[in-house]
Design a protein around this ligand. Structure first.
Ligand SMILES: [Zn+2]
Length: 188
């Protein structure tokens, strides 16, 4: 799998090749569409090549320009646990000056975890999406069968205290797959 990092402002955003377009994992703070556009261009691609957006969780540095991208024709993939957490993000920006576009709820691609493998297969991607709470309850991880895991803000395994059962269970779930490389949303 060809994976290109198009991150900025200390968050990693990843572009994966998919059939008929590319899949973007996470997108930045409100108002940063020009930054993403520039970064994508700098890596030799065009924004219009992105067809799908997967958000690891609905925090502002991961979903801030989701609607901006949707307005450009990108399809937002929502896992079954995620819709309930979008209003919190909207609420966060109610009183702020940041140019946040509220994520519309009617036109997304709603996906159950159990259907994620079949869905990704249609995009030419071998893998699945897991519910991996610990950083936030709506957090998900994208697992590729070749051994790659996109884990969002799930804290690294070695810094989790033993009483953070949710995060530990999420890592157990991730490591049921043969993982050789982790792609976190922050850091390397
Ligand atoms: Zn977060």
């Amino acid at each position: 799998m060809n994976i290109v990092s198009v991150g900025y402002d200390s968050t990693n955003y990843y572009i994966l090749d998919a059939q008929g377009g590319k899949l973007l994992v996470d997108c930045g703070w409100p108002g940063t569409l020009p930054k993403l556009t520039a970064e994508v261009k700098r890596k030799g691609m065009a924004l219009k090549e992105i067809k799908y957006l997967l958000v690891t969780h609905f925090h502002p540095d991961h979903a801030g320009i989701a609607q901006d991208l949707k307005n450009l024709g990108v399809k937002l993939i929502l896992l079954e646990t995620q819709p309930a957490y979008i209003p919190q993000l909207t609420q966060l920006f109610k009183s702020k000056k940041r140019p946040y576009l509220e994520i519309k709820m009617h036109d997304n691609l709603l996906l159950r975890f159990e259907d994620s493998r079949a869905f990704l297969h249609k995009l030419g991607i071998c893998g699945e999406i897991l519910s991996t709470p610990g950083h936030s309850d709506d957090s998900i991880s994208l697992i590729l069968d070749e051994g790659l895991a996109f884990t969002g803000d799930l804290p690294p395994r070695f810094i989790i205290s033993e009483d953070n059962h949710l995060a530990l269970e999420s890592w157990d779930k991730i490591y049921q797959h043969r993982i050789t490389r982790i792609f976190p949303a922050h850091g390397s």
